[in-house]
Each structure stands twice: as structure tokens, then as C-alpha cells.
Design a protein around this ligand. Sequence first.
Ligand SMILES: [Zn+2]
Length: 421
Amino acid sequence: MDIKTERIDPDQTGTPCRFCGTVLEHSLIDLGRQPLANSYLRDRPADLAAEQRYPLHVKVCANCFLAQVETAIPADAIFSDYAYFSSYSASWVAHAERYAQAMIDRFGIGQASLVVEVASNDGYLLKHFRDRSVPVRGVEPATNVAAVAERAGIPTQVAFFNRETGRRLAAAGHRADLMAANNVLAHVPDIRDFAAGFPEVLKPEGVATFEFPHLLRLIDGIQFDTIYHEHYSYLSLMVVERVFGDVGLRVFDVEELPTHGGSLRVFACHAQASHAETARLAAVRTMEADAGFHRIETYLDFTPKAERVRAGFRAFLARCRADGKTVAGYGAAAKGNTFLNYCGATACDLVCVVDRNPEKQDRRLPGTHIPVRDPAVLTEIKPDYVLILPWNIADEIVSSMGHVRDWGGRFVVAVPEIREL
Ligand SMILES: [Zn+2]
């Protein structure tokens, strides 16, 4: 298919596609005006009153099919106070260790290699390579987070990654055998400039891997709650191959992962490198073609499905109110905030949301202002229902919170439909 790549015309009306410049006319879903999903509020009237909201509308480009938030919030407004440290999550640390071993085995990464990670956070992934005597280098935009990595012995450059950063790394002699970019491709406003940094740094036969939530799973699972301002793009393999092709990268393999409700790990190399295409790459291409990802009509069915999820949740809350049942939430995660705000939930609907992260406790959720509490309060409140907001780890939560059943409490999830566990 012929893809136009003209640059933005300042005289045209409407928002241009961030990749190809075509005016965006088609809606995947409009979630209304929402606060930043990770901006937990101090429980003070002035802080609650000063909260900002921004439009959260995902559109799909009819030319290149990139699904994208229409109004981008400047990245520095989001990342300057970025409090998330990867090492806090035990399951992510295990995921990182498995990744490191798999790449070492498959691509023969060793003491003479260099592994570069983009958005390297506190070094949670690179340390698994360093522990196996592989030289590493991180690139991380948040100064405070990069400092934690440096203290742990992971050399880290403070920068947003793009073509210019890639050139600087290469000029300083940092050419990579392996580059990792996990859960960052969807979070960058200028996806082309970001992707263009990789060919600058990769050695001729070097490999870059990218993990991102798969748009196919978002659409199939009606996962509109995974949409938030920090997440600029919603990616298919088809779109990623186009963006990469435009900057001289070629995808040669893809792996399906269960993380974040269904992700892809894409393997890319220089267009001229010798890595052969795998059968599973062909399989994912076929899945997307069968789902109709090359037709704009496919994306327009999503909004009515999300509206049905919202109606189902509202009906559940109305039944609880009528029957005098109490509902508490579990997991003050970004996806829960998008969901509760879209559904118009308030502190009258949910007495609180509990979370194990002490940074979030005794704050208020953005938008809904529902209080966040320590999970221990559930034994005092004894809610009739515990709504699990991070449905992707519902099994883990149910097994660790079994005592909720002691007072007859029941677990529910609301996506893709209200369902008792
Ligand atoms: Zn486009």
C-alpha cells in the first residue's frame, strides 16, 4: 500500500496524524476530559480544586492507521514528577530476568557486546545483563530515576531518546549489539523521531526489541481503560512495521506476551541485516489482516462496545445502591482511573480504593477523588464487593485477598463486562 508521508501543512484545519500528517477524522473512542491518570492528589481542598483535565480522545488515521491520542500533553508535564520505579513490581523484575537470559542465549550476547536500554528507568533490566558480565548503558529522561540507576552501577545518560540522542551515543563510541525498549514506543509523542534513533546506535547485525500493548487485544478485550494521556499511540504490528520501514529498520520476528492484557515483543534490525523472518511474524500479520486492521470501518465499532461496558457497570452500581451494598476498589492503577472517570464514578459509589503502594495511600484518585487506603482497612469496612481495577492481575489479587470471602465479600471485574470471580 502506498503511504503518504508529507509533513504537516500549517494551513489545514484539524489535527494531523503524528506519523504521516493526514488530518485525523475517525474516532476510536472519546473518553471525555480526564485528569492525568497517574496524578494522585493530596487530600487538601486547594489541591482537589486545582486539578487539571485534558481531552482524552483516541483517533485513527485513515491513511496509515496509527491510533493516537488527538491532543498530546507535553511530555515534560507528565514525566518531570514521574514517581514510578520499575523495581517496585516483583513480576516485572522476573519478566526482565527472563528477557535478559533469552537474549543472551539467542543472540550470543557476551562480554564483548553492548546492551543499550531506552527508558531504562532504575536499571531493573540492565542489571541482569551486568550481573552476567555484559557491558550496558541506559538512556532515561527522568533525572531522579537515572540517579538511582547510576548509584546501582548502571551507566545512564539523562535524555529523551530520538535520532539526535542516537547520534550522540554512536559518536561517543556506544554502538549496540542489543537495544531494548520496553513499554516506551507507545509513550513517545514523535514516534518517527524516536524510532530513527535505533539505526544510529545499532551495529550492522544488531537487534532492537520493543514491547508494547497490542491494539488487537485492546479492541478484542474492549480495554478502553488502558488509554491515558501518557500513552500517545495504540499500536498494531502493521503500523509499527510502517514506522520502522520509514527509518531503515526491518521487523524480522514477533512474540506475543501476556503482559498488560496482551502485548507484542517486536524484533527489528537494519533493513540490510541478515536476520531471517520467522513464521510467527507471518502469523501475527495474518491475524491483523483477518481482523480488518487495514480498513477504517474496523475501528469505528469500538465506541459502542465501550459504551455497553460503561452501561453495565453503572447498572451494577445502581443495584448496589438500591440493595444497600458497599463497594470498594482494589488497585489504584492508571487503568482504573480512566475507567472510573469514563463511567462517572464517585466516592458515593466506591467507599475507597485500596493499594499496597504507600506512595498512593491517603491520597485521592485523580478525577473521581475516591480516597486511596491501605488494603488492611478492608477488614474494618467489610465491603460486600471488591472491584478489581487491574483486571489483568485479578487471579493474583483474589488469591492474596482470600480473607475477603470470610465476611461474604465478593470479587468483581468490570472489563470487558461486569463479572463475579
Ligand atoms: Zn497517519
